[in-house]
Design a binder for this molecule. Structure first.
Ligand SMILES: CC(C)(COP(=O)(O)OP(=O)(O)OC[C@H]1O[C@@H](n2cnc3c(N)ncnc32)[C@H](O)[C@@H]1OP(=O)(O)O)[C@@H](O)C(=O)NCCC(=O)NCCS
Length: 180
């Protein structure tokens, strides 16, 4: 098990961001993801291993394609929310969490943390933001498709109270959380 993050003083609102102190004492700002954050992605992606990229996107990718980066950063806030973890000193992107609406009451979430920063509490903090965002959207439940071997994400979801079910694909499990 990893050490949980210690939440530092929080200033309210996604625009200003929330300050967070990770388990290694590193300070991070969590804020809403902006369209112009697309330029931060290539450097962020260079710290993501092929394996973690596969766990996030469910397919093998040597890098996150530019077209995908555009879609991830240019989205309709009426139907989606996304959050960036930023290093305040350098402005580097350290992690991202998102949720988008699948139907009137259900959304799909995803999270990706820089591979060298895993296990410090960032994924947990991003998931908290994502669940808040899902509630803002008025969703009643969220779901995610997780590769069976992704024990970290399964453990994280279990801690958050998600339930798991099989899917038609043997290598995937569906994790679902009711928000009401
Ligand atoms: C899954 C992921 C988001 C977790 O982020 P993280 O910052 O490493 O996770 P945290 O440090 O916040 O840990 C949260 C929980 O995850 C689990 N976890 C994280 N690292 C773990 C490890 N090495 N071993 C076991 N459990 C682990 C634990 O339950 C942990 O809770 P704890 O801190 O109370 O022990 C991150 O590993 C990642 O980006 N993986 C690649 C992409 C991916 O799999 N995305 C999910 C698909 S949607």
């Amino acid at each position: 098990m990893t050490q949980a993050a210690e939440i530092g003083s929080a200033s309210s609102g996604d625009d200003q961001g929330r300050r967070l102190v990770l388990a290694d004492r590193r300070e991070v700002v969590l804020r809403a993801l902006r369209p112009e954050d697309d330029r931060l992605y290539p450097e962020f992606d260079s710290y993501v291993t092929d394996e973690d990229r596969r766990l996030r996107f469910l397919v093998a990718l040597r890098e996150i394609p530019q077209s995908q980066i555009f879609r991830l950063t240019h989205f309709d806030r009426r139907h989606a929310r996304a959050y960036a973890a930023i290093a305040p000193q350098t402005g580097q992107l350290l992690g991202v969490g998102r949720v988008h609406q699948l139907s009137s009451d259900e959304g799909e979430y995803a999270v990706l943390v820089r591979s060298d920063l895993k296990g410090l509490g960032l994924g947990n903090a991003l998931m908290d933001m994502v669940l808040e965002g899902a509630r803002e959207l008025g969703l009643r439940s969220v779901l995610g498709l997780i590769l069976r071997e992704n024990v970290n994400m399964i453990a994280l979801c279990r801690e958050l109270g998600f339930t798991f079910s099989m899917t038609s694909e043997a290598n995937l499990v569906e994790a679902r959380l009711r928000l009401d």
